[in-house]
Design a protein. Structure first.
Length: 230
């Protein structure tokens, strides 16, 4: 049963506190969907550590069955399903310098374009968080690739289609921040929305793929069980 269903339009930001043992499914509403995520433990002191997540699990992208690891080495959430084999974790949050074309609230009202970084900071303020709490993000539905001899990165066109989906399982209570603003490497600044569905997860077995995929993944989940009271 889906407990929560919500649609975030393109160019917006939304946040929600989610208990442990829930499934968060993101479904792209268009080919230009990019969902930048900032992720915190419930105490807001521990947060997603993308470099450790990549290094410990030997991957330059996010994909099933990886565990999203925190600064303290716990598992915040596991990627349990995805129609795409690559979600970007290198591009970061788009800033105002990445916006394509100038807009303003006075001229464009609700179509006023703002960057993921700007909207994230506004969302952070609701929880007593600030600029120092920003961290490397996951950009769901986006893929980057080396595009020149100097190892520059570019956004891979055609990677996402409407209906593509990714599902996370929360391993502890978390605060989830989602922005649907354009990827910082988007050449045209196009963006589509995302549908969010949150439901209860099934009990996790000892041979769960996220636990057995790599020793480091299993250890992160073991640490979570030791230090997080469910």
């Amino acid at each position: 049963m889906t407990a929560i269903a919500h649609e975030i339009p393109g160019g917006a930001c939304w946040s929600i506190s989610v208990p442990a043992d829930r499934l968060i499914t993101l479904t792209a509403l268009g080919a230009a969907t990019n969902v930048s995520m900032q992720l915190f433990a419930a105490d807001r002191l521990d947060r997603l550590n993308v470099p450790d997540t990549m290094k410990a699990q030997m991957s330059a992208c996010i994909k099933p069955p990886m565990v999203l690891m925190s600064d303290r080495g716990t598992g915040l959430a596991s990627v349990v399903a995805s129609t795409l084999g690559w979600h970007d974790c290198l591009g970061g949050l788009g800033s105002d310098a990445h916006l394509v074309g100038g807009t303003s609230y006075a001229s464009h009202r609700n179509d006023w374009k703002r960057s993921a970084r700007t909207l994230m900071l506004l969302e952070f303020a609701k929880y007593g968080l600030g600029e120092s709490d920003l961290h490397a993000s996951v950009n769901w539905f986006s893929k980057v690739a080396i595009s020149d001899p100097d190892a520059g990165l570019s956004l891979t066109p055609g990677h996402c289609s409407a209906g593509d989906a990714v599902t996370l399982r929360t391993e502890q209570p978390v605060l989830v921040m989602l922005s649907t603003c354009p990827h910082p490497l988007s050449p045209d600044g196009a963006t589509d929305g995302v549908a969010v569905a949150i439901s209860e997860a099934e009990p996790v077995s000892a041979d769960d793929p996220s636990r057995t995929w790599r020793a480091e993944s299993g250890r992160a989940l073991d640490v979570t069980e030791m230090v997080v009271l469910r």
